[in-house]
Design a protein around this ligand. Structure first.
Ligand code: ZN
Length: 135
């Protein structure tokens, strides 16, 4: 079962440039920056109430984020829903006919279990399921 929106993922060319907007204009506080080498991405998380903003910067030219930036430019990349059990949520989506990007969850930012549905199955917006904190 989904609990809440865990975070919004926003693709940017440069975290060090983009964070100026999030920190100085919006007044958010950066909790952590983390490189996820398996996904070829650097992330920065900002806390906002119960949810977070995740900035995503590509670390290689063949990063999925680099491809996204070249085709669609900077902006909203994905929405992440926090759920009890990522594997169950994936199984359920698959049974309903959704295409999955990941058949099984992997360890993403913050050591959470994460997995993505294909945007073709979710009306154009990449959808992430992630586990709750410290699970
Ligand atoms: Zn995410």
């Amino acid at each position: 079962m989904l609990k809440k929106i865990d975070h919004l993922g926003i693709a940017v060319h440069s975290i060090s440039e983009a964070r100026i907007f999030y920190e100085n204009v919006l007044g958010l506080v950066c909790e952590k920056e983390e490189e996820i080498s398996s996904q070829k991405v650097r992330t920065a998380f900002f806390e906002l109430g119960e949810t977070h903003i995740e900035l995503l910067e590509p670390t290689t030219e063949d990063s999925p984020i680099a491809k996204f930036l070249s085709s669609r430019g900077e902006g909203l990349h994905h929405v992440a829903y926090c759920c009890d059990n990522v594997t169950e949520q994936l199984t359920q989506a698959k049974e309903m006919g959704c295409r999955l990007i990941h058949e099984t969850p992997f360890t993403g930012a913050g050591n959470k279990q994460v997995a993505f549905l294909h945007p073709k199955s979710s009306h154009g917006l990449l959808t992430e399921f992630c586990s709750e904190d410290n699970k």
